[in-house]
Design a protein. Structure first.
Length: 217
């Protein structure tokens, strides 16, 4: 039969050891409370660029993305933060006329660049033809992805006009043409969770037709 006194002694030892461990674990916390570490302010860098035709100057943490610079510092909240990983296209803006995912680009990379957001394309009183076409064809439902969709669509037509090839062209030596397949391929980086893809394609095709007849795209 086990020695009861040995059992009791072992139990007391366990309890005593637990108390010592608890005190030891709490000591660093108490020390940190009495002597808090002062966090150093992150260094900043001056960033100068033109946004929607207006010169802007900011002092930013160099880790600030272009998306956060636009939304949090310039309060241009039309550009949306979706996945924040460059996979949904909601944050698409135009830099020098080319579309980029602003969540994947640092603001300091764009010194001196000309940036256009959805606010710079048009206003409710004077819409860009692409904005008007999206309204006409119901190219949105919840509207969250719409600013990125529109910016991307404007860039798509410019890419086709400049002869930039795509993956669906059978002959890369020929200039691309505006077709439903071409539009869908080039717009595939912009995700619409509501599923308004056919309406979006119709809106882009209508603007492309207007541009071919001399309209502004």
């Amino acid at each position: 039969m086990p020695d009861k006194s040995h059992f009791e002694l072992s139990r007391r030892g366990i309890l005593a050891g637990g108390a010592v461990t608890a005190v030891a674990a709490a000591t660093p916390i108490a020390a940190a409370t009495q002597f808090p570490v002062q966090a150093k302010a992150a260094p900043t860098m001056p960033v100068r660029f033109t946004v929607n035709g207006e010169r802007r100057e900011l002092d930013l943490d160099p880790r600030t993305t272009l998306l956060d610079a636009l939304r949090e510092h310039l309060h241009l909240t039309g550009t949306k933060k979706g996945c924040d990983h460059g996979q949904c296209g909601a944050c698409t803006v135009l830099v020098g006329g080319l579309r980029i995912n602003s969540c994947l680009s640092l603001a300091v990379q764009h010194q001196g660049d000309a940036i256009t957001t959805i606010e710079g394309l048009g206003t409710p009183d004077k819409m860009h033809p692409m904005q008007a076409a999206f309204v006409k064809h119901d190219g949105y439902q919840c509207g969250y992805c719409t600013p990125g969709q529109i910016c991307s669509a404007v860039a798509v037509l410019d890419e086709i006009k400049r002869g930039v090839p795509s993956h669906v062209q059978s002959d890369l030596t020929q200039r691309p043409r505006v077709t439903d397949t071409e539009i869908r391929e080039r717009m595939s980086g912009n995700i619409c969770r509501c599923g308004a893809y056919s309406n979006i394609a119709e809106a882009v095709a209508e603007v492309a037709g207007g541009a071919a007849k001399g309209g502004r795209a």
